[in-house]
Design a protein around this ligand. Structure first.
Ligand code: ZN
Length: 140
């Protein structure tokens, strides 16, 4: 079951430029940064009243974020729904005919299991499911 919008992913060229903008223009505090090697990104998290913002900077030209920036420029990259059962959530989406990018959840940022649905199957919105790993303390 989906329990919340967990975060919005925002593709940026540079965390060092984007983080101060979010801090100064919106008055939000950066909760921390983390590199996610599996996705070839560096992330910075903000808390906007319970929904987090996840700024994403590519660490390699092969990063999915690098491709997104080339094709579409900076902007909203994905919406992430928190689920209490990520495997069941993926099965429900697949059973409804949605194409999965990841058949199995993998380790994402902030100690969460994550998996993505293909945006061509979800009306153009790259959709992430995420779930805190059992036993993990929610850092973000
Ligand atoms: Zn995300």
């Amino acid at each position: 079951m989906i329990t919340a919008i967990d975060h919005l992913g925002i593709a940026v060229k540079s965390l060092d430029e984007a983080v101060p903008l979010y801090e100064n223009a919106l008055g939000l505090k950066c909760l921390g940064r983390e590199e996610v090697a599996s996705q070839k990104v560096r992330t910075a998290f903000f808390d906007a009243g319970g929904v987090h913002l996840e700024l994403l900077e590519p660490t390699s030209p092969e990063s999915p974020i690098a491709k997104f920036l080339t094709d579409r420029g900076e902007g909203i990259h994905h919406i992430a729904f928190r689920s209490d059962n990520i495997e069941g959530q993926l099965k429900q989406a697949a059973d409804a005919g949605v194409r999965l990018i990841h058949e199995k959840p993998f380790d994402g940022a902030a100690g969460k299991l994550v998996a993505f649905l293909h945006p061509k199957s979800t009306r153009g919105v790259l959709t992430e499911f995420c779930m805190p790993k059992p036993g993990a303390t929610a850092a973000h």
